[in-house]
Design a protein around this ligand. Sequence first.
Ligand code: UD1
Length: 421
Amino acid sequence: MDKLIIEGGARLKGEVNISGSKNASLPIMAAALLSDEPCVIKNVPDLRDMHLMLKILRALGAEAEFDKGKVTICAKKLKSYTAPYNLVSKMRASFCVLGPLVGRLKKARVSLPGGCIIGVRPVDLHLKGLQRLNVAVSVSGGYVNASVKDLKGGSIYLGGEFGSSVLATANVMMAAVLAKGKTLIENAACEPEVADLANFLNKMGAKITGQGSPNIEIEGVRSLGGAEHKVIPDRIEAGTFIMASIITRGSIVIKGAVYQHLSVLIDKLEEAGVTVEKNDGYIYTKSSRNKFKPVNITTLPYPGFPTDMQAQFMSLMSVTPGVSVVTEKIYPDRFMHVAELNRMGAHIQKEGPHAIISGVKALSGAPVMASDLRASAALVLAGLVAKGRTEISRIYHLDRGYELIEAKLQKLGARIWREKE
Ligand code: UD1
C-alpha cells in the first residue's frame, strides 16, 4: 500500500488543468449498455473507479477499452445480467448498471452495494423508481432481482428523507428512456452530472427534457444508438484545488472548470473574504488568509453546498481564526476526518450532524489515516498548510477520485510524494 508524504508550508502557484468528472463518467459508461452500437466517451479521468466500471461492463459481455482518457464501449452482445458482489461491493456507483440492464435486457441481478464509511446509504429510491416503471423488484441473498415484460412510463416522486438522489435519478432515467410512454421524475437530482448523463442519453436518441431541474420528463423510445460525448469537468476536483490555493495563501489558476457548477462554493468564499475571478474556462481566487472570516456551511443536494466538498472546507475553516459550524445534511455520519484533523492540531467538536470548528493559528504535521475519498483530500489540504511532515496512509481512497493528484500538486510547488508503506 502507498502513503503520501507532505512537507507543509509551500505556497502553491501556477495553473492546474481539471480532469473530467468521475461522477459523470461512471453512469455515462453504464449507459452505453443501453445500445448495441459503439459509444465513445472522452475526457474520462484515469482513476481506479473507471477501471472497475470497465471490469463490470466486460463481465456483462460488453467490449470496453480505455485509452488516454477515451473510453470505447460496445455492448452489442451481452452475456450476463448479473453484476456480482465482488465488483459492486468495491464501488457503490456500480449499482447504476441496474437501470440500463433493465432497459436493455428487461432483467437484472445486481448486488446490493452495502454501506460504507460515510453512512448506511440505502437504495430504496432506486427500487421504488423502477417499480413505478412496472418492474418487479425483489431482494434476496444480497442481490436485487429486477424483471419486467413491458417497461411502462410513469410518474415518480424520487425524494427521500435526505432529498433527491443522484444515482437513483440516473438509474430510473436510464430505464425510462426505453419505456413505453412518458415518465415524469419529480424531485429529480439537479446535479450537473445527472444533466450530463441526460445529454449523453439524448445523443443516443433518448428524449429527455428538464435535466438539471427537479422535474425531468422522458418520452420513451424503441431503441438507442451509439454516441460520442465529452464528459464535463470535475467540479469537486476544481473545488479542492481552489481550497488548496486559499489554504496555502497561494495563487492557482484553475483551468477548464465550469464556474457555474461551483456557485455555492464561490458564494461562501466571497462571504469569507476571498476575491474570486471567474471566466469561461478558468477560476482564480485571491485572498489573504489573515483577513479570512469563518463561515458556516450546510450540505444539501445541488445547487446547495456539496457534501463532497464538506471535508475540504473543514480543513480551511480549521486554520481560519474564529468559530464556524459545518452541518452535514446528506450523510450525517460523514465526519471521519474530524479526529484526524484534530490529531494535526485542529479544534473541532462534533455534535450530531454538526461540527463546530474553532480556527487555530497553525496545524502541525502528523501521521494520519485516510478513511474515504473526500476525507483524504481534506487531509492533503491540511498537510499542505501544516508545519512539518504529514504522512497520509491508506491513500487508495484518494486514487479513486483524484487523477494525478501528487503530480498536479508538485507542479504547483507542493512538496508531496508517494512512498510504499
Ligand atoms: C452521489 C455521488 C457521491 C455524493 C452523493 C451526494 C456518484 C457516483 N456519487 O452518490 O459522490 O456524495 O451523490 O451528493 O455520483 N438515499 C436514500 N435512498 C436511496 C438513495 C439515496 O435514502 O435509495 C439517501 C442517501 O443515503 C443520502 C442521500 O439520499 O443521504 C443522497 O444520496 P445519493 O444522491 O443517492 O448519493 P449517490 O448517488 O449514491
